[in-house]
Design a protein around this ligand. Structure first.
Ligand code: NAD
Length: 480
């Protein structure tokens, strides 16, 4: 199947002659900026095509199209919108192989992950939110859609982040202007075409591509009612400042430095597999990656030995090769950031270890990396590395574990490993974060609200909580 799927992606790229315009009001639109930038395959360093850089005028056109479409999209009602969302879910499934390969080429992540995790979850998000559209009148009788929502997403799960944003927003009767990350715009554009083919009315979903400047135009556009942002804490802060006083609603899904806590009575072999998932899935470029490994003293050495053995078996290589465990890092600049933080970790006295495994010489790759003897205050224990690097610390008591776990500016997720469910259930509420996994990690579902505390942001996406972020309450006072 692999070559066939690959051919689908190659054909899709060549059908567009390597040049991609904006997708506004159900049609391709040339950028007023007359500027395009390169989209590069990080595994090969080769260009996949040219992507339009939208300027303020382009963003204005997209917002205008979204505004024009919004009232009728709202007024067709939840049941009609649900039919459109079901159609989109089925269309994603029909195009799953194309989307999986395209995502893998554009981002560098293993096609096994896009095929088995990302794309099925994308479809699941549209199915799930079709259900909310149907239930809207019943569940949210005194709520209205926000209107036009500007959505800005990162590059680590391009299509999944798009689904997290678009599915609830349009289910609730909003229309959207979405800006994908500059490294990974292709699947958003492919999705826009899928929307058109699936019969979604023009203007409901508009895609503007570009870098942070394009994002700023969207954030500051006066006719956007809400900004939904996923990305770094730094840019989130800038967006919060830029929208202050504007009356715009805001959700921020930001960075993390999530603890992975292993108690002495944990099933260590399962915990090792958990770590592989926590920090080497998607090359560690996961907002809720379990990037701080907190080990209870009695099992710390044993766990590190087991982990090193497992790391020796990881395979890094061509993202389209289904036998690999890790693909490419999204861009050379991201590799540099990882290298710099790893260097800082060593300078600050922590001990670095990498397995002796083959790492491709061309393209942006970085090996799985383990730090031991890390102090909780060290830079690598505090800053998000956003790469395949895990730092290990030890603790004696459950209280000390909680204290170290909560000792960063972030609060996104946590993972607790113990065979004593009472201990795990006692720890979970003490962790200052938006989600706690017990004896598991990286579990997501469209029905569960996801989001962070403190500098990991605020607002939730998914499920009932997520619907409340795309609706606004309205009190109807009727005369008695
Ligand atoms: P980033 O903040 O650099 O960029 C995110 C998006 O914001 C991109 O589309 C970018 O073009 C845009 N942008 C940049 N500057 C902007 C500005 N001034 N105004 C408006 N938009 C602007 O983040 P990234 O490097 O793409 O993604 C990695 C970060 O995303 C990590 O910190 C990660 O933890 C976070 N993330 C969080 C979640 C979550 O759910 N909490 C999920 C995935 C990723």
């Amino acid at each position: 199947q692999a070559p066939e799927s690959r051919e689908l992606a190659v054909k899709w790229l060549s059908d567009h002659q390597g040049k991609f315009d904006l997708f506004i009001n159900g049609a391709w639109a040339k950028p007023g900026s007359k500027k395009w930038f390169n989209s590069v395959n990080p595994a090969t360093a080769q260009s996949l095509g040219k992507i339009a850089a939208a300027n303020g005028e382009d963003v204005g056109k997209a917002v205008k199209a979204a505004r024009k479409a919004q009232k009728s999209w709202q007024s067709i009602g939840g049941h009609a919108r649900a039919r459109h969302l079901y159609a989109l879910a089925r269309a994603v499934q029909r195009n799953a192989r194309l989307l999986a390969v395209l995502e893998s080429l554009d981002n560098g992540k293993p096609v096994r992950e896009t095929r088995d995790i990302d794309i099925p979850l994308v479809a699941r998000h549209f199915y799930h939110h079709a259900g909310w559209a149907q239930l809207q009148d019943q569940e949210f009788p005194e709520f209205e859609p926000m209107g036009v929502i500007g959505q800005i997403i990162p590059w680590n799960f391009p299509l999944l982040m798009l689904a997290w944003k678009i599915a609830p927003a349009i289910a609730a009767g909003n229309t959207v202007v979405l800006k994908p990350a500059e490294y990974t715009s292709l699947t958003a554009l492919c999705f826009a075409e899928i929307c058109k083919d699936a019969g979604l009315p023009d203007g409901v979903v508009n895609i503007v591509t570009g870098d942070g400047k394009t994002g700023e135009h969207l954030v500051t556009h006066p006719d956007v009612n809400k900004i939904a942002f996923t990305g770094s804490t730094e840019v989130g802060r800038r967006i919060r400042n830029a929208t202050a006083g504007s009356g715009k609603h805001l959700t921020l899904e930001l960075g993390g430095k999530s603890p992975f806590i292993v108690f002495e009575d944990a099933d260590l072999d399962s915990a090792v597999e958990g770590v592989v998932d926590a920090i080497w899935f998607n090359q560690g470029q996961v907002c809720c990656a379990g990037s701080r490994l907190l080990l209870q003293e009695g099992i710390a050495d044993k766990m590190v030995v087991k982990l090193k053995e497992r790391m020796k078996t990881l395979r890094i290589g061509d993202p389209l090769d289904k036998s690999i465990d890790m693909g490419a890092i999204v861009a050379p600049v991201q590799v540099k950031t990882i290298e710099k933080l790893v260097e800082t970790g060593q300078k600050e006295g922590a001990k670095m270890w990498q397995p002796d495994i083959d790492v491709p010489e061309t393209g942006s790759f970085y090996p799985p990396t383990l730090f031991t003897e890390v102090q909780p205050a060290a830079t690598i224990a505090q800053e998000e590395i956003f790469g395949p690097v895990i730092v290990t610390m030890t603790f004696r008591t459950p209280d000390e574990a909680v204290q170290i776990a909560n000792n960063t500016r972030y609060g996104l997720a946590a993972s607790v490993w113990s065979e004593n469910i009472n201990l795990a259930l006692d720890i979970a509420p003490k962790l200052d974060c938006g989600v706690v996994w017990i004896n598991s990690t990286n579990q997501f579902d469209a029905a569960c609200g996801f989001g962070g505390n403190r500098e990991s942001g605020y607002g939730r996406e998914g499920g009932h909580e997520g619907m409340l972020e795309v609706l606004k309450p309205k009190t109807h006072l009727k005369p008695v």
